[in-house]
Each structure stands twice: as structure tokens, then as C-alpha cells.
Design a protein around this ligand. Sequence first.
Ligand SMILES: [Zn+2]
Length: 64
Amino acid sequence: MQRESRWRFIAGASCPKCEKLDGMQYRDGEQGQEMRCAFCDYQQLMDEPSSQEAPAQMIGVFKP
Ligand SMILES: [Zn+2]
């Protein structure tokens, strides 16, 4: 059985790789939140299991 979440676009976020706007997508994967770019092959896994920090909000802030 496969439970695949749908990719959702992150409004106002730009890709750190190709720098295109509104191309970033995310979904809840098995290992955490995955992010990817719709324009290039950029992909990132945001595995932040419950830590002391508050859950990160999707506000489109990326490290360069
Ligand atoms: Zn990109």
C-alpha cells in the first residue's frame, strides 16, 4: 500500500538553485517533509523530528 502525498506549491518561494519563483513544492513524505523545484532537479528533505524547536512554518525562507 502506498500513501503518497501530493506535491503542493509554496507560494512566494523561490528555488535556491535555479532561483525561479513559485516553483517550489513540498509534500509530507515518509521521512519528513520533502521539497523540490518544479523547474530544475533541486530536492531537499526536511527531516525535523520533534525537537525542542517549534515546528517550522512554511514561509519560504531558504538558506542560500
Ligand atoms: Zn529550481
